[in-house]
Design a protein around this ligand. Sequence first.
Ligand SMILES: Cc1cc2nc3c(=O)[nH]c(=O)nc-3n(C[C@H](O)[C@H](O)[C@H](O)COP(=O)(O)OP(=O)(O)OC[C@H]3O[C@@H](n4cnc5c(N)ncnc54)[C@H](O)[C@@H]3O)c2cc1C
Ligand code: FES
Length: 255
Amino acid sequence: MERIFDAEILSNEEVAEKIYRLTVDAPSLERNARAGQFVQVKISDEFTLRRPLGIASTISGHVKIFYRVVGRGTETLSTKKTGEHLNILGALGNGYSTREGKVLLVGGGMGLAPLLLAAEKFSADVLMGGRNQGEVLFWQEEFKPHADKIFITTDDGSYARKGFAVDLLPDILAAENYSAILTCGPEIMMRGVAKFAHEKNLPCEVSFERRMACGLGACLSCSIDTLNGRKKVCKDGPIFNAKEVFDYESDNTKS
Ligand SMILES: Cc1cc2nc3c(=O)[nH]c(=O)nc-3n(C[C@H](O)[C@H](O)[C@H](O)COP(=O)(O)OP(=O)(O)OC[C@H]3O[C@@H](n4cnc5c(N)ncnc54)[C@H](O)[C@@H]3O)c2cc1C
Ligand code: FES
């Protein structure tokens, strides 16, 4: 269910360089949000367009959002203080399908945000990749209470295993039977994950990111081509069956 509401900011703190954890009081999102859904945040009157951000946690009505400062909107968001209010539209999008049995969550960078909510809602192990120690340590703490096993890689080898998350997939998939893989992060990573899932005959769902305006399926700014025709990432997604968006024969993204 989607609605517009004002939410009080409970905290807005930097957890790694240029990465913030925003916690808002939003009990309605706890009741209605599915893992993989997102909200459109009105940053201030200065910005016409809202900014899409994934819902990462909904415990006790306290909704957590993690964002990287990349431009003017997120820079302004990072200056918001406890006690101020944010206008929020959501929950938006479809979300990951509910799964029986244990799932494997595979995330890179800020792609771990929607997977944290998946770990809260499903039985899950998580495989996470980040650029360096700072970019994975806080995620490790966030996932600890919810995930059974946590596997970590860093690009520069400053923490855990050096390399990319997909490098660990063959060993992880050989050691445990998962009912599905849910992934979110850079498209090149998701394509690699989806290929492994395809080879193992495992269901795989991927989360797509496109520039968005309305977030409601009305403006077509977020359209992608899929094997089932043109789809809107905000309304038909952001979660897609990997088979719908990746062409395994040519190893290309459809969109
Ligand atoms: C469904 C969805 C969920 C997302 N969840 C998260 C999240 O949980 N955490 C997080 O840090 N980021 C998330 N993003 C990306 C986030 O929306 C953008 O980083 C943010 O809108 C940038 O705003 P800005 O004003 O700071 O940057 P701008 O100055 O507008 O742009 C800076 C850079 O960000 C990219 N960007 C800008 N707007 C968007 C947009 N609407 N969609 C995608 N890329 C954009 C631009 O291509 C550019 O490279 C999500 C995007 C989508 C579509
Ligand atoms: S953002 Fe307007 S249709 Fe998707």
